[in-house]
Design a protein around this ligand. Structure first.
Ligand code: ATP
Length: 238
């Protein structure tokens, strides 16, 4: 288990992903979530082994951490966390386990959120102990082109139901936020948030393909990340 420093702030979001490389989509949804939910801290956590990505990442974990550090360098409330560092033998990093580790490092009474894009919500039913995740951290789902959020009930893990069909429209800083409640079989409820107005057309897969094809850096990459990619010869082979 990596060394985890105590986590400051009372409203803390875990933002897991491959960050292979980090791009404008990641930053846009994190900024929107921070504004809408008044988050104190967002922990960008590159993953060692994503259980549902059998081919793994292209860049090494250390390169992904370094690029993520560069991408968030100007964002005072974002930080990179090694909570999802590679495990011995390449064992999978399960989000539920990670959320429990984070909770153990947070102050009593602090709230934990889990930020993800719409494509991740579409896969959530297949995650390890998925039904426990919305009750371990409040889910915050950002819209993304190609993955509609019209029927949320169908996307929630089995045993989790949407309690409020009519969401409350809230949010601060001009960011639209829908607030629902979810409920499990024991009657426990939790808030469940959607950021419906983002639709940032950016993906690491597209960016890797562009770099591999020799088309150079795209505007979706921060210049400092693009420079790192060039100087470390990433995403050119394979
Ligand atoms: P890849 O194309 O390699 O699968 P990705 O662009 O989806 O990568 P990840 O690092 O895997 O990036 O994503 C981490 C999290 O950020 C996921 O929950 C994903 O849904 C979300 N995310 C990434 N890009 C966007 C985007 N443009 N809009 C909304 N969510 C996004």
């Amino acid at each position: 288990m990596p060394e985890i420093a105590p986590i400051t702030g009372h409203r803390v979001a875990f933002f897991g992903g491959s960050f292979d490389p980090p791009h404008a989509g990641h930053l846009t949804i994190a900024r929107a979530a921070q504004q809408a939910l008044k988050l104190d801290t967002i922990l960008f956590a590159p993953v060692g082994t994503q259980p549902l990505k059998p081919l793994g990442s292209t860049a090494s974990y250390e390169d992904r951490v370094a690029m993520t550090e560069l991408a968030i360098a100007k964002e005072p409330d974002f930080c990179v966390s090694r909570v999802d560092a590679p495990k011995p033998g390449g064992a999978p990093n399960y989000t539920l386990d990670t959320l429990h580790v984070l909770r153990a490092h947070m102050a009593a009474g602090a709230e934990l959120f889990c930020l993800m894009g719409a494509d991740s919500l579409h896969g959530l039913r297949r995650w390890y102990h998925a039904a426990e995740i919305p009750f371990t951290a409040h889910l915050v789902v950002a819209s993304r082109p190609g993955d509609n959020l019209n029927d949320l009930s169908m996307l929630l893990p089995q045993g989790v139901s949407l309690q409020s069909a009519n969401p409350v429209h809230l949010g601060s800083g001009n960011v639209e936020l829908l607030t629902y409640a979810v409920r499990n079989a024991t009657g426990t409820t939790a808030p469940f948030y959607v950021l419906p107005g983002l639709h940032v057309d950016a993906s690491a897969t597209q960016i890797r393909a562009s770099l591999h094809g020799g088309f150079g850096a795209t505007p979706l990459l921060l210049p400092q990340v693009a420079n790192y990619i060039v100087s470390h010869h990433l995403y050119t082979d394979g």
